[in-house]
Design a protein around this ligand. Structure first.
Ligand SMILES: Cc1ncc(C[n+]2csc(CCOP(=O)(O)OP(=O)(O)O)c2C)c(N)n1
Ligand SMILES: [Mg+2]
Length: 620
């Protein structure tokens, strides 16, 4: 049996019929298709979406990069079991996807990208917006998407769609391989008709695997832990995506091993769980980092050991430290010369828990961890209530959001000084309550990503935490939120520039050069004049959202309550003092400093850099 459809119609029908299943729960793989139309997709995928209607609902975005962020926000919130497809025109619409694709792939979040591509038939090339590479007409700007995609293909003939679509969905639904998948669609091929086998378009259910670890390696891991005196568990995003938070809690309660969390893993345990020691690494707590420094065996679960997590390979300081890595991706499981348990986090934790039955960590170690965690908790309380004036410190704003938000609500952030402050200070009460994109830390993810989070979890309040820099880079999806009737609470923290990079610059001896939003001063020739008169609150209001301006923490808290009570997207604008950092945890981050310089500050920073550099290890 065959059915005659265009390539675009067949693809849309195929996408509408893909499902995932895990633990007996089945859902559509594609909740819909985000898109912006141009000549490269309007008559192909656009026409097919028109015919498909609610079988694959179309959502109009404002910017192609932003729509990938929205898809990522959605897919992460749905633990990677469901996502969006993203359709673009040819040329600039397609290359706008590159940043979003990199973000998806680095964070291991599934997103399907469908950029239009140049004529496969080449009847009238160069097409408007075609690169026209003189070395060969088979190259187009879509080749930029190859290194940032986990599967990339170009559909030059209709029948190629069958193996390409199946391969693409396999990658999207493979927890170890997932990321951005790109199917580039030449716009003449999109509208070509073909007789498709109906089996290709029939409902297909992709079972999300929970691979189990090798029993022999579980025994070896268990022996390592049984012999440890100061074990530490580091929970990464894999714990949450796998739905392993309950298994983790049982493991931690049975063994007493303290649990630290990466950015993506924050929320693996509630902040006040007796075994929780909070964030680890460059933006960690003093508790987790003190335990890391002394740890003899570190059990990493679902973490890819980024530089922030390891404080650039300096925080695990015991020369004899050994790692056990429970990870569904082999490449991560073998890092830090770890004992590799290549397995699903939930399956692996229960296997390891069973092998450790009857064992628990030394009581003195468990008590020490609890004491350190309590000490950090008091530091957080202090940071929430600094009473800084005349402008509040950022930590007070985060404290107010934490207080006003409900336990199941979600905080979303990505770049600037807030992700680090949130990692240290946010009191997470629900596994899905903390959503900081720190794989790519991409300015502009905040609002677009929050839109995806809210689409995935309409029953939760979603707080998008946006710095003025991130806002200026990408705020336009507020219009999409208004259009779709999706309610967000946006907290816009105005500190007149890149406070995070300013502080980094200062610490490296470069005196905040080029990081504030200030006029060029004709006298100095530098960007150190008066503050720019930008009014981002007025800007947000012009996009159709409700705006509340708050001065100080009390007004901010009241405005936030009003925003929570509102039915439509509301932005609360607050100015903060960029000079007050979050409490320090003493961990390092490797940012190389100039080896020779005329600037005193740089030379001093270089001395300190070389000192820190000596604390870096290789873990061989
Ligand atoms: C797309 C992108 N460009 C550049 C950077 C580098 N960067 C990281 S934070 C930052 C400044 C962010 O400014 P803002 O949103 O105002 O937050 P603040 O630092 O003031 O807290 C920059 C430029 C980035 N992360 N993403
Ligand atoms: Mg700023």
């Amino acid at each position: 049996m065959t059915i005659r459809l265009t390539v675009a119609q067949a693809l849309v029908r195929f996408l509408a019929n893909q499902f995932t299943e895990r633990d007996g729960q089945r859902q559509r793989l594609f909740a819909g298709c985000l898109g912006i139309f141009g000549h490269g997709n309007v008559a192909g995928i656009g026409q097919a979406l028109l015919e498909a209607g609610d079988d694959l609902r179309y959502h109009q975005a404002r910017n192609e990069q932003a729509m990938v962020h929205t898809a990522v926000g959605y897919a992460r919130m749905r633990d990677r079991l469901s996502t969006f497809a993203c359709t673009t025109s040819v040329g600039p619409g397609a290359t706008n996807l590159v940043t979003g694709a990199a973000l998806a792939t680095i964070n291991r979040i599934p997103v399907l990208l469908l950029p239009g591509d140049v004529f496969a038939g080449r009847a009238a090339n160069p097409l408007l917006q075609e690169l026209e590479d003189p070395r060969g007409f088979d190259v187009s700007v879509n080749d930029c998407l190859r290194p940032v995609s986990r599967y990339w293909d170009r559909i030059n003939r209709p029948e190629q769609l069958i193996p390409a679509a199946l391969a693409g969905v396999r990658v999207l639904t493979d927890p170890a391989e997932t990321g951005a998948v790109t199917l580039a669609l030449p716009h003449d091929v999109q509208v070509e008709a073909f007789d498709w086998p109906t089996e290709f378009l029939a409902r297909r259910v992709w079972r999300i695997a929970r691979p189990v670890p090798e029993p022999e390696l579980v025994d070896r891991a268990s022996a390592l832990l049984r012999g440890s005196r100061r074990p530490l568990l580091v929970a990464g995003g894999g714990v949450i995506y796998s739905g392993a938070t309950e298994a983790l809690r049982e493991f931690a309660e049975a063994t007493g091993v303290p649990v630290a969390e990466t950015q993506a893993g924050k929320g693996s345990l509630p902040f006040d769980h007796p075994r929780s020691v909070g964030a680890i690494g460059a933006t960690g707590t003093t508790a987790a980092n003190a335990l890391a420094r002394e740890a003899d065996v570190v059990l990493g679960v679902g973490t890819r050991w980024s530089d922030f997590t390891t404080a650039s390979r300096s925080v695990f300081a015991d020369p004899a430290v050994r790692f056990v890595n429970l990870n569904v991706a082999g490449a991560d499981a073998y890092k830090q010369a770890g004992l590799p348990l290549v397995a699903d986090a939930r399956a692996g934790l229960s296997a390891l828990g069973a092998a450790l039955s009857g064992w628990s960590a030394d009581q003195s170690h468990v008590d020490n961890a609890a004491r350190l965690a309590a000490r950090w908790d008091a530091v957080v309380s202090g940071a929430y209530a600094l009473g800084n004036g005349p402008l509040p410190a950022q930590s007070e704003i985060l404290g107010a959001v934490n207080e006003v938000s409900g336990p199941r609500d979600v905080v979303v952030c990505a770049a600037g000084s807030m992700p680090g402050d949130l990692h240290k200070l946010w009191r997470t009460r629900d596994p899905k309550g903390y959503h900081v994109e720190y794989g790519y830390s991409c300015m502009g993810y905040e609002i677009a990503g929050a839109l995806g989070v809210k689409l995935a979890a309409p029953d939760r309040e979603v707080f998008a935490m946006v710095g003025d820099g991130s806002y200026l880079m990408m705020a336009q999806e507020l219009v999409t939120a208004v259009q779709e009737g999706v309610k967000l609470v946006v907290v816009l923290v105005q500190n007149h520039g890149f406070a995070s990079i300013g502080a980094l610059s200062q610490s490296l001896g470069s005196g905040r050069f080029g990081t504030a939003y200030r006029y060029r001063d004709p006298a100095t020739g530098q960007l150190d004049g008066d503050l720019l008169p930008v009014d981002l609150a007025a800007n947000a209001a012009s996009l159709g959202v409700r705006v509340l301006r708050a001065n100080g923490v009390d007004e901010f808290r009241a405005a936030l309550r009003e925003a929570v009570a509102a039915v439509r997207t509301t932005l609360v604008h607050v100015e903060t003092d960029p000079s007050v950092p979050a409490p320090d945890s003493g961990a390092w981050w490797d940012v190389p400093v100039a080896e020779v310089s005329e600037v005193d500050g740089t030379r001093a920073a270089r001395v300190e850099y070389e000192r820190q550099k000596r604390t870096q290890r290789r873990y061989l």
